[in-house]
Design a protein around this ligand. Sequence first.
Ligand code: GRG
Length: 293
Amino acid sequence: MDVQRLLQMRAKQINAALHRYLPSVRTAPTILHKAMRYSMFVGGKRLRPTLCLEAAVALGAAEQQVIPLACSLEMIHTYSLIHDDLPAMDNDDFRRGHPTCHKVFGEAVAILAGDALLTLAFETLAKAQPTPRYDHGTFLLELSCAAGSRNLIAGQVEDLQNEGKPIQPRHLQRIHQRKTGALITTSLRLGAMAGNATPRQLQLITDFGKALGLAFQIVDDILDCEQTTEKLGKSAGKDAAAHKATYPALLGIAGAKQAAARWTQKAIESLKPLGNKASRLLAIANYLLHRDR
Ligand code: GRG
């Protein structure tokens, strides 16, 4: 399977929907909507909405019904990147191959653009179709838990607090699970819910997501050491400079690569009981392990 083409096809489909959900640059306050659209459309792989769509399609959902859920995930993700790049957080000038939101629009507008994308995510989620097993309340609970103070934001807090400190592997794994894994797992779970997953299918998809989320962040850590800023579209080498807790810092590059391969394998094994239905998700997991950006 040509995963790169699949990702391109999904990105096109998701971008078209995101264009419909985001207010136009002519809507007041225009500076805010320009900033939201800038960060959203300046780049990005659209991995989380793609995982959502692929989990849903694997279980037989109609694509159009999944689009609001898929878009809400990209809105949360983009908001988290805008805020992560702020001077008070990771203080980065470069993201998705272009200057960061606050560099272009100033800090106040960047903070508000992040806030507005976070809120728009829930407005968009409310437009999704419930399925016989999963209602709007369940969708809402799922996304708010992943994005909230016990997961995505907890991961960010712990990430900042542990800069420059010695860390145990278990603790690092927990930070990665929250900072990165939670939203990836929820992307897959929301897709599975849109596909009206049985409890057993939802558990398999959850196990896949947890392992894939960890593998994805370990590879992200490795790329930060090995790739150039131009290739990544974000500042390379920042983790080491900031003395961040990462897998390469803890295990060395070779050890981190082994860990990424092990978690990818674990992810792949989780989906075995789904058989052929899971073939695209498995191909994506393999592709992400070997990606170069
Ligand atoms: C500020 C609330 C708040 C949270 C920030 C997500 C996050 C927490 C920080 C962003 C920096 C970071 C290292 C996040 C880990 C997740 C990650 C690897 C993000 C990059 O995801 P990609 O590669 O990015 O999917 P694109 O640009 O392709 O969408």
